[in-house]
Design a protein. Structure first.
Length: 136
């Protein structure tokens, strides 16, 4: 059965702190990261949840950074900076929950989007030991 591709969360880094804001799209099947270096350029990388090792948050007073470790890329962590703190924490919970759901072969297809988001966040909070929060 082909899974739907429902988007659960879209977050962007904050302009003007990041002059070319990056974008993170979390859907039920994959994580997509759009990195911009200059006008009209995008570097798009997509990862299945089974390929994500863990997610870390580095937070300061106003912003947070999300760092994602991918299996098979030992020196190539993905880091998205200047995210709103609440957005970064929600993204980490969702990603971690979808990683755990994928490992446990949870079938999210019978849930609507809000139920899926809620269940993934609950799973991500319960299994948050794999994602680190390093507050400054």
């Amino acid at each position: 059965m082909v899974k739907k591709n429902r988007v659960l969360l879209i977050i962007k880094s904050v302009f003007p702190f990041d002059f070319f804001p990056d974008k993170l799209i979390i859907d039920e099947n994959k994580l997509s990261i759009y990195s911009r270096e200059f006008f009209f350029t995008d570097d798009v990388r997509c990862f299945c949840y089974k390929d994500i090792q863990f997610v870390e948050i580095f937070s300061s007073l106003f912003f947070a950074s999300l760092q994602i470790k991918i299996f098979g890329f030992p020196n190539d962590d993905i880091k998205i900076t200047f995210l709103k703190r609440n957005d970064a924490y929600k993204a980490r919970r969702l990603i971690q929950g979808l990683i755990e759901g994928t490992k446990a072969n949870v079938d999210f297809s019978g849930m609507n989007t809000s139920e899926l988001t809620c269940q993934a966040e609950i799973l991500g909070s319960a299994h948050g030991g794999n994602g680190y929060d390093i507050s400054n």
